[in-house]
Design a protein around this ligand. Sequence first.
Ligand code: PLP
Length: 444
Amino acid sequence: MEAERARRFSFAAKPGSTPLRIARSEGVWLYTDEGQQILDASGGAIVVNIGHGRREVAEAYAREAERAAYAIPPFATESRVRLVEHLVDSWLPRGLTRVGFTSGGSESVDAALRITRAHFHCAGEPARWKVIGRDLSYHGTTLATLAVGGHTKRRAGFEPWLVDLPKAPACYCYRCPLGKSYPSCGVACVDEVEAAILRAGPETVAAVIAEPIGGSTAGALVPPDDYWPRLADICKRHGVLLIADEVMTGFGRTGKRFAVEHWGVTPDILVGGKGLTGGYAPMGGIFATEAVVAPIIERGLEVMFFTYSAHPASCAAADKVLEILERERLVERAALMGEKLGKRLARLLGHPNVGDVRGRGLLWAVELVADKATKTPFPTATGLTAKVVAAGIAHGVFVYPGGVDPARDVITFGPPFTIVESEIELIGERFERALESALERVHR
Ligand code: PLP
């Protein structure tokens, strides 16, 4: 009966399986209907950066919903004006002064792609439309964002609808796609982005899009320090816009307000989502320079909004989340606790099936392999990642599944920034137990 009811709110995947029912959540903890307490080691889908159960955010949302339930996006509301000023004055990299909002990450990347195209269309360079993405990347699940992304599993079956766009290799040092190793490689993978621009014809390329630190596709792919400054330079030389997709990394997740700050790079467009409201409201943002927007305004082109763009209550929630991050110095805390989580996870490297542990701030991933010497993954049919996640829930820890070939089995960690040391230790212990249970099932 329960499974039958569950089917009603599930479009696909695992028919008949009963979803976990969450009754409430508090801090880093989820509580199920049955009273089980689960440590949310990934803040859901790497979203909940200030932790669950913050009454003042819920109250800010409710107050605004009562005061101004809805305003068409071309209008302004007080909560929106406050949020825009807050972002431009205290959060965004200097130079990003144009702000738009949507209902989430995919919509924001989609809007960034349209703004990119509108920019060149209005600037008298209509031949520029291609956007170069990278392998092992994710930029969202609308058709345009799937097309620029390199998430083969999520693209599968939709290819006839996906525009064929050039891809550069991922920056994935554990299994370098170019067969090189850092630092002797000279970060050759960033030169491959330039090679992709040249192959496509620079006069036809509008933008390069990349996650500053790869999210959960291949698991927290941290590039060498010179990757992003060189990427910015390549884009500049070819008159191509640089779009940083910070939907997962933004708003403090990697220990800086935005991951591009690790390398002093300001992109032409920065996209945010998840952490902007920390899960309290569905919202994303597009942040651009004046130069990106100027030709569009000059030509008077209208870039269509979404009905729920800049939703007043979502703006109020986001503004309160930013205030809490500042007041409790949570970005600094993400850097500090991130080092501790990284050290705890690095202890797993002694395990025969833990191939790599990588990350920055509070975004970490563990890559699992069948054979460490050869880095051979487990067979696809093993479904190891799903087994580890299920075992994690049974042992009281939620970890986020990732992984796309050749990074087949990847578990991502991204707890709320409020996490304390004893909870980090619990993540380590419970994950170790989950891994053992999953491997026992595999070998049985
Ligand atoms: N871009 C990146 C880097 C992401 O990690 C995600 C989601 O995981 C998205 C875009 C899509 O965001 P959403 O799921 O909010 O549409």
